[in-house]
Ligand binder design. Structure first.
Ligand code: G6P
Length: 461
C-alpha cells in the first residue's frame, strides 16, 4: 500500500485522539493516513506579519502534519480574495457576489506554486497524493512542472458550476487546464460531473470517453462522481448517548413539549438562511396553530467574518430573525432561537435526535453533511422529518426527505407543516430509506472508493 499525502487548506489537529469539534471527514482522512502512513499538508491557520518560514512539522503515530503559515498579503489575496471572494461565490452560482481581480488571482497562483514548492521535498516516488477543494486547483500543474510523477487525485467538495457561470470567470481556462494535470477528479454529484464534462466538450474542445476518461489540453485523466458521506454509525451512537446529556435535557425542558425545528449551518450566504427564516414566518402566518407550539432553533457559527459579504449576511439575518421574533413572540414563547456559536458534534447529535424537523435549505451546496447527520441521529421508533433543498447534493441520495425549492418560501412553509403533522408510519418509512442510504455510503466507503479509483486509474499525460 503506498503512502498517502493529503493536501487541504485546513489540516486536522495533530492529535491522536479525536477533538470534540472534528467532523467525520477529518477523522476518516486521519484513519487512512494512520493506516498507510503519510503526510497531511496545508495551511496552519496562522497569518504572519513577516514572510514565510519553512513548514512546521509534527509527527503523531504514522502521520506527519506539515503546515505553512501565510503572510498577510497571501492571506488577503489567496484565502480571503480569490478562494473565498471569487471561486466560492461563483461555484455557488452567486455571480452577483463574485469579485474578479488580477491581484487576487496572482495571489492564488502564488500560494498554489509556493505550496507545491514546499510539498515536493516531502514526497516519495511511490506516494499517492490527494488534494482537497477549491483552494488548490493549480497544485497538480505546479507539481508536474517540478517533475512529480506520483498519482495525483483531486476532490471538489463544493459544486462545479454550469458552463455559462464558469465562463464568467476570466481565468476559467487556466483553472480547468491545471485541473487536467491530476490523474483523477472527483465531484459530489452527477450534475457537477456533467457540467465539467460539458465544459471539456464545448469550451475546451476535449473529449469525454467511457469510464470517465477525459482527453483535454493534451492530457488524459478520469473524472467521476463520489458523493461524500458521514461517519454514520459513530454519529448515530453519539446521538443516542447524548440524548440523556445535560445540554439535551436542558433543551428539552426549555421546550416544554413544543416541537423543535432545527437548522445547523455555517453563517454563509449559500445556505439560504434569510429565506429559511421567511419560510418559518410563512408557517406561523399561514398555519397559526403552530404559534406557541413550535420552536425553530437555528445554530449558525460565524464563518469568514473578514469577508464583507459574510458581514452583510450576518446583519441581514439578525434583522430578519429579530423581526419575526418581534412580530410573533409572546411573554412565554419565542419562535426563533438564533445562536451565533458552535457546539461539539456530540451535543449537536443529541439536538438533532430530539428534533421533529431538520431544515436544510441551501441555495446551492456541494453535498451538505448536516442533512446526512440529521438522518444518522434519528431514532427508528420516532424519527424526525428532513426538509431538504433540491439544490443540495444530498437531495440526490435522500429521497425520503421532503424536497423543497428554497426560493419558494411559501412552498417551504407548506412542507414544514406537512413535516410537523406527518403520521408516525410515514416518518418511519421515509427515514428507513434515508438511513439505508447514509449507512451504505458512509465517509469510509467514499474515501476507499476514491482511493481505489485513483489507484486503478492510469497515469495522466
Ligand atoms: C466548506 C469548504 C471547506 C472549508 C469549510 C470551512 O465546507 O468546502 O473547504 O474548509 O467550508 O470554511 P473555512 O473558510 O473556514 O475553511
Amino acid at each position: 500500500m503506498s503512502r498517502l499525502v493529503v493536501v487541504s487548506n485546513r489540516v486536522g489537529a495533530a492529535k491522536s485522539s479525536r477533538p470534540a469539534s472534528e467532523g467525520g471527514l477529518a477523522v476518516a482522512l486521519r484513519a487512512a493516513l494512520q493506516e498507510r502512513g503519510g503526510v497531511w499538508f496545508g495551511w496552519s491557520g496562522k497569518v504572519l506579519a513577516s514572510d514565510y518560514e519553512t513548514p512546521s512539522m509534527a509527527e503523531v503515530g504514522n502521520i506527519t502534519y506539515a503546515t505553512i503559515d501565510l503572510n498577510q498579503r497571501d492571506y488577503d489575496d489567496y484565502y480571503k480574495g480569490f478562494a473565498n471572494s471569487t471561486l466560492w461565490p461563483l461555484f455557488h452560482y452567486r455571480l452577483d457576489l463574485a469579485e474578479f481581480s488580477r491581484k487576487t488571482w496572482a495571489g492564488y497562483q502564488r500560494v498554489n506554486a509556493h505550496f507545491a514548492h514546499r510539498l515536493q521535498p516531502l514526497l516519495r516516488d511511490t506516494d499517492t497524493i490527494w488534494v482537497h477543494d477549491y483552494h488548490f486547483t493549480l497544485l497538480a500543474e505546479n507539481l508536474r512542472s517540478a517533475g512529480c510523477k506520483q498519482k495525483l487525485g483531486f476532490f471538489l467538495h463544493i459544486p462545479w458550476p454550469a458552463l455559462p457561470i464558469l465562463a464568467a470567470l476570466p481565468m476559467h481556462s487556466e483553472i480547468v487546464k491545471a485541473l487536467c494535470a491530476f490523474d483523477l477528479l472527483g465531484f459530489q454529484t452527477d450534475e457537477d460531473l456533467w457540467c465539467f464534462q460539458d465544459y471539456i466538450r464545448r469550451e475546451a474542445g476535449g473529449e469525454v470517453g467511457k469510464n470517465g476518461i477525459i482527453k483535454a489540453f493534451g492530457r488524459v485523466l478520469r473524472a467521476k462522481t463520489f458523493p461524500i458521506g458521514v461517519d454514520t454509525e459513530v454519529f448515530a451512537k453519539m446521538a443516542t448517548e447524548s440524548e440523556g446529556s445535560k445540554q439535551v435535557e436542558r433543551l428539552q425542558k426549555s421546550l416544554n413539549n413544543r416541537d423543535l425545528i432545527i437548522g445547523v449551518d455555517r453563517l454563509d450566504y449559500s445556505k439560504g438562511l434569510i429565506n429559511r427564516v421567511e419560510a418559518f414566518e410563512h408557517l406561523l402566518t399561514t398555519y397559526p396553530d403552530n404559534r406557541g407550539n413550535v420552536v425553530f432553533l437555528q445554530i449558525t457559527p460565524p464563518s469568514r467574518g473578514d469577508v464583507s459579504d459574510y458581514v452583510d449576511i450576518r446583519h441581514e439575518l439578525e434583522a430578519t430573525a429579530g423581526r419575526v421574533n418581534g412580530t410573533f413572540a409572546e411573554y412565554d414563547w419565542g419562535p426563533i432561537r438564533y445562536l451565533n456559536k458552535s457546539f461539539s458534534r456530540r451535543v449537536l447529535a443529541g439536538f438533532h435526535r430530539v428534533s421533529k424537523v431538520g431544515l436544510v435549505t441551501p441555495f446551492r451546496d456541494g453535498m451538505n453533511l448536516v442533512a446526512k447527520e440529521f438522518v444518522a441521529a434519528q431514532s427508528s421508533e420516532d424519527p424526525g422529518v428532513l426538509v431538504l433543498s433540491r439544490f443540495a447534493g444530498a437531495a440526490r441520495e435522500l429521497d425520503g426527505a421532503l424536497i423543497v425549492n428554497p426560493y419558494d418560501t411559501e412552498g417551504v412553509a407548506e412542507r414544514l407543516q406537512e413535516a410537523l403533522t406527518m403520521p408516525l408510519k410515514a416518518r418511519q418509512d421515509r427515514w428507513q430509506s434515508m438511513y439505508q442510504a447514509v449507512a451504505v455510503n458512509d465517509v469510509t466507503t467514499w474515501r476507499e472508493n476514491f482511493l481505489q479509483a485513483l489507484k486503478r486509474g492510469g497515469r495522466a499525460r
